[in-house]
Design a protein around this ligand. Structure first.
Ligand code: PRT
Ligand code: ZN
Length: 297
Protein backbone atom coordinates (compact mmCIF):
# COMPACT_ATOMS: atom_id res chain seq x y z
CA UNK A 1 0.00 0.00 0.00
CA UNK A 2 2.88 2.40 0.75
CA UNK A 3 4.80 1.81 -2.46
CA UNK A 4 6.24 4.99 -3.97
CA UNK A 5 7.78 5.55 -7.40
CA UNK A 6 11.00 7.52 -7.67
CA UNK A 7 11.48 10.02 -10.49
CA UNK A 8 15.05 11.33 -10.92
CA UNK A 9 15.45 14.86 -12.28
CA UNK A 10 18.38 17.28 -12.50
CA UNK A 11 19.02 19.09 -9.22
CA UNK A 12 20.31 22.33 -10.62
CA UNK A 13 20.88 23.07 -14.28
CA UNK A 14 19.30 23.63 -17.66
CA UNK A 15 16.72 20.85 -17.27
CA UNK A 16 15.58 21.53 -13.70
CA UNK A 17 12.84 24.16 -14.14
CA UNK A 18 11.45 22.47 -17.26
CA UNK A 19 11.33 19.08 -15.50
CA UNK A 20 9.51 20.44 -12.44
CA UNK A 21 7.04 22.36 -14.63
CA UNK A 22 6.35 19.25 -16.72
CA UNK A 23 5.60 17.13 -13.64
CA UNK A 24 3.37 19.87 -12.24
CA UNK A 25 1.49 20.05 -15.55
CA UNK A 26 0.92 16.30 -15.12
CA UNK A 27 -1.00 17.19 -11.96
CA UNK A 28 1.72 16.26 -9.47
CA UNK A 29 1.90 18.51 -6.40
CA UNK A 30 5.50 18.44 -5.18
CA UNK A 31 6.43 19.51 -1.68
CA UNK A 32 10.10 20.42 -1.71
CA UNK A 33 12.40 23.10 -0.31
CA UNK A 34 15.49 24.28 -2.17
CA UNK A 35 18.04 22.37 -0.06
CA UNK A 36 16.19 19.04 0.01
CA UNK A 37 17.38 16.29 -2.35
CA UNK A 38 14.01 14.56 -2.25
CA UNK A 39 10.65 16.10 -3.11
CA UNK A 40 7.42 14.50 -1.94
CA UNK A 41 4.49 13.98 -4.28
CA UNK A 42 1.55 15.05 -2.11
CA UNK A 43 -1.29 13.79 -4.27
CA UNK A 44 0.30 10.84 -6.10
CA UNK A 45 2.74 8.10 -5.02
CA UNK A 46 5.84 9.73 -6.55
CA UNK A 47 9.04 10.95 -4.89
CA UNK A 48 11.29 13.29 -6.86
CA UNK A 49 15.04 12.71 -6.49
CA UNK A 50 17.11 15.83 -7.27
CA UNK A 51 20.49 14.64 -8.57
CA UNK A 52 23.23 15.50 -11.08
CA UNK A 53 22.04 14.77 -14.60
CA UNK A 54 24.93 12.34 -15.21
CA UNK A 55 23.72 10.17 -12.30
CA UNK A 56 20.17 9.75 -13.63
CA UNK A 57 20.74 6.81 -16.05
CA UNK A 58 22.77 4.97 -13.36
CA UNK A 59 19.99 5.34 -10.78
CA UNK A 60 17.55 3.75 -13.22
CA UNK A 61 20.08 1.12 -14.31
CA UNK A 62 20.30 0.04 -10.64
CA UNK A 63 16.48 0.25 -10.30
CA UNK A 64 16.86 2.81 -7.52
CA UNK A 65 14.56 5.10 -9.52
CA UNK A 66 11.89 3.96 -11.94
CA UNK A 67 11.74 7.07 -14.14
CA UNK A 68 14.22 9.81 -15.09
CA UNK A 69 14.15 12.99 -17.12
CA UNK A 70 17.52 13.56 -18.78
CA UNK A 71 19.16 14.65 -22.02
CA UNK A 72 19.26 11.90 -24.66
CA UNK A 73 22.98 12.78 -25.00
CA UNK A 74 23.62 11.60 -21.41
CA UNK A 75 21.32 8.56 -21.69
CA UNK A 76 22.91 7.32 -24.92
CA UNK A 77 26.45 7.86 -23.62
CA UNK A 78 25.65 5.74 -20.52
CA UNK A 79 23.88 3.09 -22.62
CA UNK A 80 26.98 2.76 -24.83
CA UNK A 81 29.21 2.58 -21.75
CA UNK A 82 27.16 -0.32 -20.33
CA UNK A 83 27.27 -2.11 -23.68
CA UNK A 84 31.08 -1.62 -23.86
CA UNK A 85 31.17 -3.20 -20.40
CA UNK A 86 29.07 -6.09 -21.74
CA UNK A 87 26.30 -5.32 -19.27
CA UNK A 88 22.79 -4.91 -20.53
CA UNK A 89 21.13 -1.52 -20.42
CA UNK A 90 18.24 -1.65 -17.96
CA UNK A 91 16.33 1.41 -19.17
CA UNK A 92 14.42 2.51 -22.26
CA UNK A 93 14.33 5.96 -23.80
CA UNK A 94 10.65 6.87 -24.01
CA UNK A 95 9.07 10.19 -24.98
CA UNK A 96 11.36 12.91 -26.33
CA UNK A 97 10.37 16.11 -24.48
CA UNK A 98 10.13 19.69 -25.71
CA UNK A 99 13.13 21.14 -23.86
CA UNK A 100 16.91 20.68 -23.58
CA UNK A 101 17.48 20.89 -27.34
CA UNK A 102 21.14 20.84 -28.33
CA UNK A 103 23.50 18.99 -30.63
CA UNK A 104 26.72 17.07 -30.07
CA UNK A 105 29.09 18.40 -32.69
CA UNK A 106 32.73 18.48 -33.67
CA UNK A 107 34.54 21.81 -33.55
CA UNK A 108 37.89 22.68 -35.06
CA UNK A 109 40.33 25.43 -34.00
CA UNK A 110 40.25 28.33 -36.49
CA UNK A 111 44.05 28.13 -36.69
CA UNK A 112 44.11 24.41 -37.55
CA UNK A 113 44.06 22.74 -40.97
CA UNK A 114 41.32 20.36 -39.74
CA UNK A 115 38.10 21.30 -41.52
CA UNK A 116 36.06 18.10 -41.51
CA UNK A 117 35.95 14.64 -39.94
CA UNK A 118 38.02 13.34 -42.86
CA UNK A 119 40.96 15.33 -41.43
CA UNK A 120 40.63 13.66 -38.01
CA UNK A 121 42.55 10.49 -38.91
CA UNK A 122 45.27 9.97 -36.26
CA UNK A 123 44.23 13.14 -34.39
CA UNK A 124 43.16 13.55 -30.74
CA UNK A 125 39.62 14.69 -29.93
CA UNK A 126 38.56 15.91 -26.49
CA UNK A 127 35.00 15.24 -25.36
CA UNK A 128 32.78 14.53 -22.36
CA UNK A 129 31.05 11.87 -24.49
CA UNK A 130 33.86 9.37 -25.21
CA UNK A 131 31.62 6.35 -25.90
CA UNK A 132 29.37 8.24 -28.31
CA UNK A 133 32.34 9.74 -30.16
CA UNK A 134 34.26 6.42 -30.35
CA UNK A 135 31.12 4.74 -31.60
CA UNK A 136 30.80 7.39 -34.31
CA UNK A 137 34.43 6.92 -35.36
CA UNK A 138 33.98 3.15 -35.54
CA UNK A 139 30.85 3.51 -37.68
CA UNK A 140 32.60 5.97 -39.99
CA UNK A 141 35.86 3.97 -40.07
CA UNK A 142 37.99 6.83 -38.76
CA UNK A 143 41.04 6.05 -36.72
CA UNK A 144 41.30 8.83 -34.11
CA UNK A 145 42.15 9.08 -30.41
CA UNK A 146 39.43 10.13 -28.01
CA UNK A 147 40.40 11.77 -24.74
CA UNK A 148 37.82 12.34 -22.00
CA UNK A 149 37.34 15.82 -20.55
CA UNK A 150 34.72 16.23 -17.85
CA UNK A 151 34.30 20.00 -18.28
CA UNK A 152 35.58 23.02 -20.24
CA UNK A 153 36.17 20.82 -23.28
CA UNK A 154 36.50 23.92 -25.47
CA UNK A 155 39.79 24.74 -23.72
CA UNK A 156 41.45 21.44 -24.71
CA UNK A 157 42.93 22.60 -28.08
CA UNK A 158 44.44 25.80 -26.65
CA UNK A 159 45.87 23.77 -23.72
CA UNK A 160 47.54 21.51 -26.28
CA UNK A 161 45.52 18.50 -25.07
CA UNK A 162 43.60 17.86 -28.30
CA UNK A 163 43.48 18.75 -32.00
CA UNK A 164 39.69 19.14 -32.04
CA UNK A 165 36.72 18.74 -29.74
CA UNK A 166 33.27 17.17 -29.78
CA UNK A 167 30.87 18.96 -27.43
CA UNK A 168 27.30 20.08 -26.88
CA UNK A 169 26.31 23.20 -28.77
CA UNK A 170 23.15 25.25 -28.68
CA UNK A 171 23.74 28.84 -29.83
CA UNK A 172 27.38 28.28 -30.88
CA UNK A 173 28.52 31.35 -28.86
CA UNK A 174 30.88 29.32 -26.67
CA UNK A 175 32.64 27.87 -29.72
CA UNK A 176 33.06 31.31 -31.29
CA UNK A 177 34.40 32.74 -28.02
CA UNK A 178 37.11 30.05 -28.07
CA UNK A 179 38.02 30.46 -31.76
CA UNK A 180 36.50 27.13 -32.72
CA UNK A 181 34.57 26.46 -35.91
CA UNK A 182 31.47 24.28 -35.83
CA UNK A 183 31.93 20.98 -37.66
CA UNK A 184 29.73 17.92 -38.27
CA UNK A 185 26.96 16.99 -35.84
CA UNK A 186 26.98 13.48 -34.35
CA UNK A 187 23.68 13.68 -32.53
CA UNK A 188 20.69 16.01 -32.15
CA UNK A 189 19.61 15.77 -28.52
CA UNK A 190 16.60 16.67 -26.42
CA UNK A 191 15.51 15.89 -22.86
CA UNK A 192 13.89 12.47 -22.74
CA UNK A 193 11.92 10.24 -20.37
CA UNK A 194 13.88 7.17 -19.24
CA UNK A 195 11.94 4.24 -17.89
CA UNK A 196 13.34 1.33 -15.95
CA UNK A 197 13.10 -2.07 -17.67
CA UNK A 198 12.97 -3.83 -14.28
CA UNK A 199 9.85 -5.80 -13.42
CA UNK A 200 7.63 -3.65 -11.19
CA UNK A 201 4.58 -4.38 -9.07
CA UNK A 202 1.17 -3.98 -10.65
CA UNK A 203 0.63 -0.86 -8.54
CA UNK A 204 3.85 0.77 -9.70
CA UNK A 205 3.26 -0.20 -13.32
CA UNK A 206 -0.17 1.41 -13.20
CA UNK A 207 1.27 4.73 -11.93
CA UNK A 208 4.31 4.64 -14.25
CA UNK A 209 1.99 4.17 -17.26
CA UNK A 210 -0.27 6.92 -15.94
CA UNK A 211 2.51 9.50 -15.57
CA UNK A 212 3.97 8.67 -19.00
CA UNK A 213 0.52 8.98 -20.56
CA UNK A 214 0.07 12.35 -18.86
CA UNK A 215 3.54 13.51 -20.04
CA UNK A 216 2.54 12.60 -23.61
CA UNK A 217 -0.74 14.46 -23.10
CA UNK A 218 1.11 17.59 -21.90
CA UNK A 219 3.43 17.44 -24.93
CA UNK A 220 0.47 17.23 -27.31
CA UNK A 221 -1.35 20.05 -25.57
CA UNK A 222 1.66 22.39 -25.83
CA UNK A 223 1.23 22.45 -29.61
CA UNK A 224 -2.50 21.77 -29.86
CA UNK A 225 -5.17 24.33 -30.60
CA UNK A 226 -8.96 24.11 -30.66
CA UNK A 227 -10.25 25.82 -33.80
CA UNK A 228 -13.81 26.96 -34.39
CA UNK A 229 -15.16 28.52 -37.59
CA UNK A 230 -18.14 28.89 -39.84
CA UNK A 231 -17.69 27.28 -43.25
CA UNK A 232 -19.58 26.14 -46.34
CA UNK A 233 -20.67 22.54 -45.81
CA UNK A 234 -18.93 21.43 -49.03
CA UNK A 235 -15.54 22.84 -47.88
CA UNK A 236 -15.07 20.43 -44.92
CA UNK A 237 -12.56 18.22 -46.76
CA UNK A 238 -10.46 21.18 -47.87
CA UNK A 239 -10.51 22.53 -44.31
CA UNK A 240 -9.30 19.27 -42.73
CA UNK A 241 -6.55 19.03 -45.38
CA UNK A 242 -5.35 22.51 -44.42
CA UNK A 243 -5.14 21.60 -40.72
CA UNK A 244 -2.42 19.00 -40.13
CA UNK A 245 -2.82 16.55 -37.28
CA UNK A 246 -6.61 16.86 -37.07
CA UNK A 247 -9.04 14.04 -36.57
CA UNK A 248 -12.72 14.01 -37.66
CA UNK A 249 -14.08 17.54 -37.20
CA UNK A 250 -17.29 18.20 -35.30
CA UNK A 251 -19.78 19.69 -37.77
CA UNK A 252 -22.79 21.55 -36.34
CA UNK A 253 -25.68 22.94 -38.45
CA UNK A 254 -26.31 26.67 -38.06
CA UNK A 255 -29.84 27.75 -37.28
CA UNK A 256 -31.48 29.27 -40.32
CA UNK A 257 -28.35 29.38 -42.53
CA UNK A 258 -28.63 26.78 -45.28
CA UNK A 259 -25.33 25.27 -46.56
CA UNK A 260 -23.16 26.84 -43.83
CA UNK A 261 -22.02 24.90 -40.75
CA UNK A 262 -19.97 25.48 -37.63
CA UNK A 263 -16.76 23.39 -37.68
CA UNK A 264 -14.86 22.56 -34.49
CA UNK A 265 -11.54 20.76 -34.71
CA UNK A 266 -8.50 19.98 -32.54
CA UNK A 267 -5.28 20.67 -34.44
CA UNK A 268 -2.23 18.95 -32.93
CA UNK A 269 0.34 21.08 -34.73
CA UNK A 270 1.20 24.77 -34.64
CA UNK A 271 -1.42 26.89 -36.41
CA UNK A 272 0.17 29.73 -38.39
CA UNK A 273 -1.48 32.95 -39.64
CA UNK A 274 -0.96 31.62 -43.17
CA UNK A 275 -3.16 28.60 -42.33
CA UNK A 276 -5.96 30.90 -41.15
CA UNK A 277 -5.66 32.92 -44.36
CA UNK A 278 -5.87 29.68 -46.39
CA UNK A 279 -8.98 28.68 -44.40
CA UNK A 280 -10.56 32.02 -45.33
CA UNK A 281 -9.70 31.35 -48.97
CA UNK A 282 -11.79 28.16 -48.96
CA UNK A 283 -14.76 30.03 -47.46
CA UNK A 284 -14.29 29.83 -43.67
CA UNK A 285 -15.23 32.86 -41.56
CA UNK A 286 -15.41 33.82 -37.85
CA UNK A 287 -12.31 31.70 -37.21
CA UNK A 288 -11.37 31.32 -33.53
CA UNK A 289 -8.18 29.60 -32.31
CA UNK A 290 -8.03 28.78 -28.60
CA UNK A 291 -5.39 26.93 -26.53
CA UNK A 292 -6.12 23.44 -25.22
CA UNK A 293 -5.71 23.08 -21.46
CA UNK A 294 -5.63 19.25 -21.11
CA UNK A 295 -5.95 16.30 -23.47
CA UNK A 296 -6.26 12.56 -22.85
CA UNK A 297 -6.39 10.40 -25.94
O1 PRT B 1 25.46 19.54 -12.43
P1 PRT B 1 24.99 18.69 -13.55
O2 PRT B 1 25.96 17.61 -13.94
O3 PRT B 1 23.61 18.17 -13.31
O4 PRT B 1 24.80 19.69 -14.79
P2 PRT B 1 25.62 19.84 -16.16
O5 PRT B 1 26.48 21.04 -16.05
O6 PRT B 1 26.24 18.56 -16.60
O7 PRT B 1 24.42 20.06 -17.15
P3 PRT B 1 23.73 21.34 -17.82
O8 PRT B 1 22.69 21.88 -16.89
O9 PRT B 1 24.73 22.30 -18.38
O10 PRT B 1 23.04 20.60 -19.05
C1 PRT B 1 22.08 19.61 -18.84
C2 PRT B 1 21.60 19.13 -20.19
O11 PRT B 1 21.06 20.23 -20.93
C3 PRT B 1 22.64 18.56 -21.13
O12 PRT B 1 22.98 17.21 -20.84
C4 PRT B 1 21.94 18.68 -22.46
O13 PRT B 1 21.06 17.60 -22.65
C5 PRT B 1 21.12 19.96 -22.31
N1 PRT B 1 21.73 21.13 -22.99
C6 PRT B 1 21.09 21.92 -23.89
C7 PRT B 1 22.98 21.61 -22.86
C8 PRT B 1 23.09 22.72 -23.70
N2 PRT B 1 21.90 22.89 -24.31
C9 PRT B 1 24.34 23.46 -23.74
N3 PRT B 1 24.45 24.43 -24.51
N4 PRT B 1 24.01 21.23 -22.07
C10 PRT B 1 25.16 21.93 -22.10
N5 PRT B 1 25.37 23.01 -22.90
C11 PRT B 1 26.70 23.69 -22.78
C12 PRT B 1 27.76 23.10 -23.72
O14 PRT B 1 28.39 21.99 -23.11
C13 PRT B 1 28.74 24.27 -23.90
O15 PRT B 1 29.62 24.37 -22.83
O16 PRT B 1 26.62 25.06 -23.12
C14 PRT B 1 27.80 25.44 -23.85
C15 PRT B 1 27.45 25.80 -25.26
O17 PRT B 1 26.34 26.60 -25.34
P4 PRT B 1 26.22 27.61 -26.56
O18 PRT B 1 24.85 28.19 -26.44
O19 PRT B 1 27.29 28.66 -26.35
O20 PRT B 1 26.41 26.87 -27.85
ZN1 ZN C 1 26.18 16.83 -15.80
Amino acid sequence: MNERIKIAIQKSGRLTEHSITLLQKCGLVISHTKDQLIGYGENMPFDIMFVRDDDIPGLIQENLCEIGLVGANVAIEKKLSYEADQSSCEFTLMSPLDFGHCKLSFAYPDSSIIRSIKDLEGKTIATSYPFTVRNYFTENKINANVTEFSGAVELAPSLGKADAICDLVSTGNTLRAHNLELGETIMESVATVLKSNAKQSQFKNMWIDKIIERINGVLQVNESKYIMMHAPKNAINEITNLLPGTESPTVIPLDGIEGTVAVHVVCKETVFWETLEDLKEVGASSILVVPVEKMLM
